[in-house]
Write a protein that binds this ligand. Structure first.
Ligand code: ADP
Length: 801
């Protein structure tokens, strides 16, 4: 192996180097162990602090750390001192490591290997030497020595190929190196490469004059691509700091600059196929350890470490180099810097966003809290208002309920009013019809009375006609009387002036009386009046108002007679059970359509159509209904049109006092041959016509009468005169000066045994009660029923005898 660079000895430099070594040895030995591990000496061609050297150093340390190895690092600093100090360095090593037996040596780059070739193998014979960082192993001759190592396997062919591919428009390529050992080796290689790419002009500068070179570079004429190779010294032999120099070139060059040095890629150089110092160092360390561990193992003397393509992203962008043309698995540096800034920016943005979010959230939270507070306050207010509203609602509900109630009441009132209105209208209609009817009902009998009474005074009146006229007058007067009675009765009932006066009566007698009375009336010859047989068999005592009870029957019988032209009329009672009795009046007359069965009991109601017309006020049944109800019973009608009618009414408070077969009495007309000869009867009566009638009836039977026009005159007479011849008094109740009651009182006081019979208007039934209460011996109703009158008078006059 021949030394490639021979530099002249420089003593001063040697001394300086020695001092440096001594100082550095302290530093490098610091921390190194003295244990019985493998001792490995690492000789670095340059010095620590250079990127390349540090990178190799790191690789070696990485490979040997934690292994059974003590690593001793020594730097030849050949960049500054060249190889002139190799002798001094040997002395230094001998001195420094006199007590250490090295087991292996590792060298990096050519200078260190040169040193081992020249001095090291003598100083430390037969120990394995592992080299790295060289390109020219063939220049060394270690024949027979255990020297192994790794070469920088830069493949200029491929590298040039890549450069041309990345710059397809490049016409020329400028190689720059120096004339150092490394530069010379490279120059020789690139002479060969030049031949491979004849289309690209290859320029080579190795005699470096810094300023000249920078001018050439600035112009950019020598090459469209600049390929920097190794430069350590200029053409004058001055040491160059290739790092600074390369940076300066890369900075000034308008054309892309490439280099195969890892250390300068990323400092202005676009990139290149670089041998990474770390890989070289690591492989060398590993190999050294393996040689020590397995000395028998056969290992190749020359080994390769694969280079890697490294590119600077910034420069690729700067020279607009298409990244897709980069060899696969290229390492792109400086990209992360961009990304890092990007990350930082993004991180900053995220942090800002987060911070803003946090601030926003805090603000929001505050706002929310404030809002919540406000909401709470408002809620409290709302609740308060709600309560008030609820209260108002309740009040309104109550009011509404009241209103609804009132509305309901108004509604029913309205309905009632409507009904009342209808009734009023109906009533009005009925009243009008009643008045029209009444007029007719009054005029008809009056006409007959007036007409026939005027005929009565005709001088040549036939005997039969007189009686006939008289009967007509009688009958019409009777009708008129009934009409007036009905009207008066009804108005009294309506005014609430009628009261019932209950007394115990044997009903049978009343019914028999009625039979007697009605049978005398002019019934149609084809109509038979019947009294139910039961009346003769069962006696019924009843707490009733005799007058009213009779009046009910009278009305029903009158109607029956009026509406029956043939057949029969039957009346009486039916005992349903011991607590229920039904009175009835049944006829075989024209009957009543069922639809009128209720309405006929209303006032002024008459069943009239084109087929029937009968006289009548329409009050009779209304009076009956009220009277029955006053007595505690109810009234209804059964039957149908053309079938006949049966009027029923009930009555409470009755007792069946005996049940025996009564002798069938023949109810015939009693004889009217009363003999009252010599009897004197006092009559107090203000109406002359009434008096005349009474007088006539009495004198017909031989009695005498004494007339008093008012109460005072009769009292006067009975006080002052001899009354021994007077058999009884007929006392009218309504009289001028003094009424009948007062007169009765005074006369009875004086003559308690004197019979005083009251005479009163038929309609004034209340008077009868008063009369009885006063203590009158009896009463006679007006208008006077001849037979009843005579029977009553006779009752007392016959007693006298
Ligand atoms: P009126 O004085 O008209 O007889 P009432 O009130 O006594 O009045 O009778 C009302 C109506 O009832 C009569 O007008 C008549 O149409 C009908 N009515 C009453 N009694 C009878 C009956 N016995 N037979 C047929 N219709 C009768």
């Amino acid at each position: 192996m021949n030394p490639r660079i021979n530099c002249s000895e420089d003593l001063e430099k040697s001394h300086l180097y020695l001092c440096f070594l001594i100082i550095f040895s302290f530093l490098t030995q610091f921390g190194q162990s003295q244990t019985s591990k493998y001792n490995v000496l690492y000789l670095n061609s340059y010095n620590l602090g250079y990127t390349w050297s540090d990178s190799i150093n790191k690789g070696i340390e990485k490979a040997l750390t934690k292994k059974n190895v003590n690593l001793y690092i020594e730097c030849l600093d050949a960049k500054r001192f060249g190889q002139t100090h190799f002798n001094t360095f040997t002395t230094y090593l001998q001195k420094k490591y006199e007590n250490i037996k090295f087991d292996a040596i590792i060298t990096s780059d050519n200078d260190a290997l040169d040193y081992v070739e020249q001095f090291g193998i003598k100083l430390y014979p037969k120990i394995p030497v592992v080299y790295c960082g060289i390109k020219n192993p063939e220049d060394y001759n270690f024949e027979g020595y255990p020297i192994y190592g790794f070469i920088e396997s830069t493949d200029p062919m491929k590298t040039i190929g890549v450069l041309i591919k990345l710059n397809p428009k490049a016409k020329s390529l400028l190689f720059i190196t120096d004339n150092t050992t490394t530069g010379t080796v490279i120059k020789r290689d690139y002479d060969n490469i030049r031949k491979l790419y004849p289309s690209v002009k290859m320029n080579f500068i190795s005699d470096i004059d810094k300023n000249e070179l920078l001018n050439i570079i600035k112009k950019g004429d020598e090459g469209d691509i600049v390929y920097l190779l190794r430069i350590n010294r200029d053409k004058h032999g001055n040491l160059l700091d290739y790092m600074d120099f390369f940076q300066e070139i890369a900075k000034k060059s308008p054309k892309p600059v490439f280099a195969d040095e890892e250390a300068i890629i990323g400092k202005g150089v676009v990139g290149g196929k670089a041998n990474r110092g770390f890989t070289q160092g690591y492989c060398a360390g590993e190999l050294a350890f393996n040689l020590l561990k397995n000395p028998e193992k056969i290992v190749a003397h020359v080994n390769k470490v694969e280079d890697e393509y490294i590119f600077d992203h910034k420069q690729l962008v700067r020279f607009n180099i298409d990244k897709s043309n980069l060899p696969p698995e290229s390492v792109i540096i400086n990209k992360p810097a961009f990304q890092f800034i990007g990350y930082i920016i993004w991180l900053a943005i995220i942090i800002i966003i987060l911070l803003a979010t946090v601030i926003f959230l805090i603000a929001l939270n505050r706002k929310k809290l404030k809002a919540e507070l406000k909401v709470n306050e408002q809620m409290a207010e709302i609740n308060k208002r709600n309560i008030l509203l609820e209260q108002s609602y309740n009040k309104l509900s109550t009011l509404n309920y009241d209103l609804e109630k009132a509305n309901g009441q108004l509604f029913s009132l309205n309905a009632s009013l409507k009904e009342a209105k209808q009734k009023a209208e109906e009533s009005e209609r009925l009243k009008s019809s009643f008045l029209a009817n009444l007029s007719h009902e009054i005029r008809t009998p009056l006409n007959a009375i007036l007409g026939f009474s005027s005929l009565l005074i005709e001088p040549d009146l036939k005997e039969g006609a007189k009686e006939n006229y008289f009967n007509i007058i009688q009958s019409n007067s009777q009708s008129l009387l009934i009409l007036i009675d009905d009207i008066l009765d009804f108005s009294k009932i309506e005014a609430g002036q009628v009261q019932v006066h209950l007394e115990e009566f044997v009903i049978n007698e009343i019914l028999e009386e009625l039979y007697l009375s009605f049978n005398q009336r002019a019934l149609s010859p084809s109509v038979q009046l019947r009294l139910n047989e039961e009346v003769h068999k069962i006696s019924v005592e009843m707490l009733t108002d005799k007058i009213r009870f009779k009046q009910i029957f009278t009305n029903l019988l009158t109607n029956a007679i009026k509406f029956t032209e043939k057949g029969y009329i039957e009346f009486g009672f039916q005992i349903i059970n011991p607590t229920e009795i039904k009175f009835y009046v049944k006829d075989t007359g024209i009957g009543i359509d069922k639809k009128y069965h209720t309405t006929i009991f209303e006032r002024f109601r008459k069943v009239e159509d084109s087929t029937r017309f009968y006289s009548g006020s329409g009050l009779g049944l209304a009076i009956c209904k009220r009277l029955v109800e006053m007595l505690g019973g109810k009234i209804w009608v059964e039957g149908d049109k053309e079938v006949g009618s049966t009027f029923y009414f009930t009555h409470p408070n009755f007792t069946i006092i005996k049940k025996e077969e009564k002798e069938s009495r023949t109810l015939t007309k009693e004889g009217s041959n009363y003999d009252w000869e010599g009897k004197v009867i006092a009559i107090a009566e203000d109406e002359d016509t009434n008096f005349w009638l009474l007088e006539q009836l009495l004198i017909d039977h031989g009695a005498k009468v004494k007339h008093f026009p008012d109460g005072a005159s009769i009292v006067d007479y009975f006080t002052n005169e001899d009354i021994s011849n007077i058999s009884l008094i007929l006392m009218d109740i309504k009289m001028p000066v003094m009424d009948g009651f007062k007169a009765f009182e005074l006369i009875k006081k004086l003559h308690p045994n004197l019979i005083i019979i009251a005479q009163t208007a038929y309609a004034m039934n209340d008077d009868i009660a008063a009369i009885k209460e006063k203590g009158f011996d009896d009463y006679i109703s007006k208008p006077i029923n001849k037979e009843v009158f005579k029977e009553t008078i006779n009752k007392y006059l016959s007693k006298e005898e």
